[in-house]
Design a protein around this ligand. Structure first.
Ligand code: AIR
Length: 403
């Protein structure tokens, strides 16, 4: 005997409710800066899968909150705040790697977390990350753990100068790196880190910095975006050129390394894999970010699927989107100028083929990422040189000035 339902309105509402619970999920994001903002925008375009977004961020009315995410105001490492957001969402992710992976592990009893806290634990400690990659035969720069000043003095004499002393954790955008150029810098470099766990890396004489944005979904499907070229200034990303001006051989090799990395890492989500191309055309991984990445912002206009949508597809377990680069594009970061801190006038650009995105941060600070714009070769006629010319015409006009 089957169960007989009357097709009443009540029944239809019940079915709708069940579907909502199964299919629509509340998404939680640790971090609500620009990356959380663009993830929230992508989530809003997927209402059939994500019903609401809640972010945890210390800045009241953070970037993501300004475009409709609910916000818990709290630190990324605040245990109670992490447990609170975990108890309110069906799926939790992060857009900054400085969350506490041990706390996240305990929060796994309350919600699904992707990438897994164990993946975060390995990646957020650069020494563990590089050891993991080396153990899996993935090419990385030479590196070694540093435990004391004497240890540093001994090891740097093996490595030679220059070498990079790095904080193992909580360092991005060049914060937490010290280039030791000679014996005279050694003590100053060590003291600068005041007791933090450290590692030393051989300085790579690279001819280009590149990255591959890669995704792996919860079912193990992997997809990589075409390799891009990154231009840094003062250790901060200034510009990403998509696609990178490299040979087909290098492009394929880098994408293969990225795919292999995703295979061994196991985490679900989008990852930014930064690499060097050396003078001898070797490819070495410099660093992995377990999150959507600044060098993937071009995908908002250049690609069939943006990295933000891709991340959501990956963590929800949907089939990954098409990563084809449809239009060559250059992404240019709008950074806070060095000469002031405080409120600033929002720059504007009204030109065809240029897409400006400001992050709604209240204050400019030197080198702070305030926004970016993408210059898109929409008719595929300009080429990278043409795009670079367009950037030169507009870049000075968009530097933020005090309000
Ligand atoms: N971010 C995270 N890791 C690296 C970067 N750049 C992004 C995240 C985070 C924001 O930078 O979106 O929330 C913080 O920006 P700020 O300017 O407040 O430090």
């Amino acid at each position: 005997m089957g169960i007989h339902y009357k097709k009443t309105d009540a029944y239809l509402f019940l079915v709708q409710d069940i579907f909502d619970v199964i299919l629509k999920q509340i998404l939680g994001i640790i971090g609500g800066g620009q990356l959380g903002m663009m993830l929230t925008e992508a989530a809003k375009k997927m209402p059939e899968h994500i019903s609401d977004v809640i972010v945890l961020d210390p800045t009241p009315n953070c970037s993501a909150a300004q475009i409709g995410a609910k916000q818990i105001v709290g630190d990324f490492k605040d245990k109670n705040a992490i447990l609170e957001i975990a108890s309110k969402v069906n799926i939790l992710t992060y857009e900054i790697e400085s969350g506490d992976s041990a706390v996240l592990k305990t929060a796994e009893s309350k919600t699904t977390i992707n990438p897994a806290p164990e993946t975060l634990r390995i990646i957020q400690d650069k020494f563990l990350q590089k050891s993991f990659l080396r153990d899996n035969d993935i090419p990385v720069t030479d590196f070694v753990e540093i435990t004391s000043l004497d240890d540093l003095k001994r090891k740097i004499s093996d490595f030679g100068y220059p070498a990079l002393l790095k904080a193992r954790r909580d360092a991005y955008d060049g914060r937490g790196n010290f280039k030791i150029k000679s014996e005279n810098d050694v003590e100053q470099a060590f003291n600068q880190f005041s007791g933090k766990p450290l590692m030393l890396e051989k300085f790579v004489d690279f001819k280009m910095e590149v990255s591959v944005i890669a995704a792996r979904n919860t079912k193990g499907q992997i997809a990589t975006y075409p390799i891009v070229e990154n231009i840094h200034e003062n250790n901060i990303l200034k510009m990403t050129i998509a696609p990178a001006r490299v040979t087909k051989k290098i492009a394929l090799e880098a994408e293969k390394i990225a795919e292999e990395t995703m295979r061994v890492l196991h985490g679900a989500g989008v990852f930014g894999i930064e690499m060097f191309v050396t003078e001898r055309d070797e490819i070495l991984i410099n660093e992995i970010a377990p999150r959507v990445h600044n060098s993937g912002h071009h995908t908002l206009q250049s690609s069939k699927t943006s990295q933000f949508e891709q991340h959501l597809r990956a963590i929800i377990g949907l089939e990954l989107g098409d990563t084809t680069l449809v239009h060559p594009t250059i992404m240019y970061n709008i950074l806070g100028p060095d000469n002031f801190q405080g409120k600033y006038k929002m720059p504007e650009i009204k030109l065809d083929n240029i897409y400006l995105k400001m992050y709604g941060k209240e204050e400019s600070k030197p080198q702070r990422k305030l926004g970016h714009f993408n210059v898109v070769d929409e008719n595929n006629t300009k080429g990278i040189d043409g795009l670079l010319e367009s950037i030169n015409l507009v870049k000075d006009g968009i530097s933020p000035i005090p309000a």
